[in-house]
Design a protein around this ligand. Sequence first.
Ligand code: NAG
Ligand code: NAG
Ligand code: NAG
Ligand code: NAG
Ligand code: NAG
Ligand code: NAG
Ligand code: NAG
Ligand code: NAG
Ligand code: NAG
Length: 328
Amino acid sequence: MQLLNFFGFLLVTLCCFQLLTISESKLPKEEVEALKEITSTMGAVYWEFDNDSCDIIRVGLTREPPDESERSIVCDCSFENNTVCHVTKITLKRLSLPGALPPQLVKLPFLQVIDFAYNCLNGTIPKEWASMNLTSISLLVNRLSGEIPKHVGNITALTYLMLEANNFSGVVPPELGKLINLQTLVLSSNQLTGNLPSALAGLQNLTDFRISSNNFTGTIPDFIKNWQFLQRLEMHGSGLEGPIPSSISLLKNLLQLRISDIKSPSQVFPSLQSMTALTTLVLRNCNLSGEIPSYIWTLTNLATLDVSFNKLVGKIPEVINVKRMRYM
Ligand SMILES: *[C@@H]1O[C@H](CO)[C@@H](O)[C@H](O)[C@H]1NC(C)=O
Ligand SMILES: *[C@@H]1O[C@H](CO)[C@@H](O)[C@H](O)[C@H]1NC(C)=O
Ligand SMILES: *[C@@H]1O[C@H](CO)[C@@H](O)[C@H](O)[C@H]1NC(C)=O
Ligand SMILES: *[C@@H]1O[C@H](CO)[C@@H](O)[C@H](O)[C@H]1NC(C)=O
Ligand SMILES: *[C@@H]1O[C@H](CO)[C@@H](O)[C@H](O)[C@H]1NC(C)=O
Ligand SMILES: *[C@@H]1O[C@H](CO)[C@@H](O)[C@H](O)[C@H]1NC(C)=O
Ligand SMILES: *[C@@H]1O[C@H](CO)[C@@H](O)[C@H](O)[C@H]1NC(C)=O
Ligand SMILES: *[C@@H]1O[C@H](CO)[C@@H](O)[C@H](O)[C@H]1NC(C)=O
Ligand SMILES: *[C@@H]1O[C@H](CO)[C@@H](O)[C@H](O)[C@H]1NC(C)=O
């Protein structure tokens, strides 16, 4: 009996507690309104939102969203002694939204992370975003076009910028070099042209840089050696030409090095001794000649090795120490 009472008490307390937190913390009216404008600009037909729990009830083009879609708003309710909430993250992914990127994001002053991947958003990145404190932007697979705007360089809190698989064209603005906190920069599968601006040399915190499938010109810049924390470097059919700079040997934290389809004078295998953590090495169709250096067979973490379509000679040693190798 006493136990029962105790549980009853616990239940009542828990309920009250939850009621209290719900009625006490609130999303400001302006942010509730902004979310409505944002989803409308992005082309959503449906928008129903529970402003108490920050749960999306309905969003998108159809009453029932596609199975694979991801839809969520994250609110941080720790403001002013847990009485005020602010939107910090928006995920609207795989919804085929046909609209534009919403300038109204600026009405969510605490927003940090947006993921609008796999939609059909067109136009470009609004200049209003320049004044925001966004740390992460994913626009993977959309229909954005035109030049990457200079004002993206003003979003200096950015650590993650994913623009893969859009239709951006023209040159990469040197202003991106102002994004000194950037760790991930992915520009693959666009129509970008020109040289990689030397201002990018200053992105000292980069760990992930991918520019495959573009129409860049010039040679692979020597300044990539500045990115000492780089773990992933990907340039498949980027348009850039060889040779692969010998200073690439300084990138000792690389886990994945993927370069393919470069026009290049004949060159020997680059020096990769210091990259002891490498898991993936792709140097395909890079006009490499000579032999594969023997230390390659001692890279114990190497799982993928693709050096096909070169002019390499010699043979693979009978005993090799590559326990993780899955693809060669
Ligand atoms: C939150 O939703 C309730 C019920 O739908 C509504 O009465 C209230 O005005 C809304 N609050 C804000 C700030 O929009
Ligand atoms: C926050 O709550 C605590 C405990 O309820 C109280 O002592 C404090 O004065 C409150 N602070 C503000 C800024 O309201
Ligand atoms: C961005 O952060 C800075 C400093 O952390 C702050 O002063 C500023 O008000 C923030 N901007 C917005 C739009 O919230
Ligand atoms: C974006 O799509 C809309 C509707 O299809 C169209 O009217 C508009 O011209 C497009 N804008 C750009 C920049 O392509
Ligand atoms: C970006 O910053 C520059 C200089 O800091 C400023 O002149 C420019 O107006 C800003 N752009 C936008 C769109 O806010
Ligand atoms: C991409 O943009 C170019 C112009 O820069 C245009 O000719 C082409 O049709 C666009 N492609 C797509 C898929 O929108
Ligand atoms: C790089 O990252 C470190 C730690 O994550 C941070 O303190 C620093 O401000 C970042 N930016 C630069 C330019 O080093
Ligand atoms: C890439 O650039 C070359 C010349 O610079 C041009 O002939 C080619 O059509 C471009 N390809 C694309 C897909 O834009
Ligand atoms: C490979 O190198 C040779 C000799 O430098 C050169 O003649 C040839 O054009 C190069 N091939 C490619 C695809 O760059």
